[in-house]
Design a protein around this ligand. Structure first.
Ligand code: ATP
Length: 196
């Protein structure tokens, strides 16, 4: 199988995330895309960062209508900040018979060389990068730039930051997140207070 690994904070998951994953599945021939919400320590006092359990619940809701998409909660369940290299190593062992593709947006790829052991990651998974508004392929000026596989997606200027700000301002987030996620955010009263 061809397996996509898609890490992020997903705070909350939005249609940009889903479009990226679906575009990757179509163009790279992926059988499965694993969404991997990052654990972020509650003691770090990240403004607006919801606990991992709530972000995992939203990811689960966001993926429920796509049989190729799955939540992979290894990082969240470890309850310690994980390096991508650890996650990719774990998945490479777990899916030893399969081919791994690490998916990310252009903004994330720009700093890929600064990650822990990027050469190990690149040895275990194909690096696959989607465009993002405001970021061009030339942004990544590092040794991994030429070997990364590019795929296209409908460019959407949606970010979790914008969604959190909209909720805090009382504005609508309809059509920016899956309706299941919208209802969850509304019913739980998430992001209403900028430090919720
Ligand atoms: P925040 O605004 O909180 O920083 P975000 O919207 O960038 O969040 P993340 O969960 O941090 O979302 O992103 C996970 C991955 O998805 C990253 O690789 C990022 O580049 C990519 N991504 C997120 N939104 C988009 C988008 N609209 N278009 C393309 N890539 C995206």
């Amino acid at each position: 199988m061809n397996i996509g690994i898609y890490g992020g904070t997903f705070n909350p998951p939005h249609l940009g995330h889903l479009l990226l994953a679906q575009s990757a599945a179509d163009q790279l021939g992926l059988d499965v895309v694993l969404f991997v919400p990052a654990y972020v320590s509650p003691f770090k006092n990240h403004e607006d960062m919801l606990p991992a359990a709530l972000r995992c619940e939203m990811v689960e809701l966001a993926l429920s209508d796509n049989r190729k998409f799955r939540g992979e909660y290894w990082e969240a369940l470890r309850e310690e900040t994980s390096y991508s290299v650890d996650t990719v190593r774990y998945l490479a062992e777990r899916y030893a018979e399969d081919t791994l593709f690490l998916l990310m947006g252009e903004d994330t790829f720009r700093d890929f060389h600064l990650w822990k052991n990027p050469e190990v990651i690149a040895g275990l998974a194909h690096l696959c990068v989607a465009g993002r508004p405001g970021h061009s392929p030339g942004d990544a000026q590092h040794a991994f730039a030429d070997s990364a596989q590019r795929f296209t997606m409908p460019l959407v200027e949606i970010s979790s930051t914008d969604i959190r700000q909209r909720v805090a301002a009382g504005a609508s987030i309809q059509y920016l997140v899956p309706w299941t996620v919208q209802i969850y955010i509304e019913s739980q009263g998430l992001y209403r207070n900028p430090r919720s």
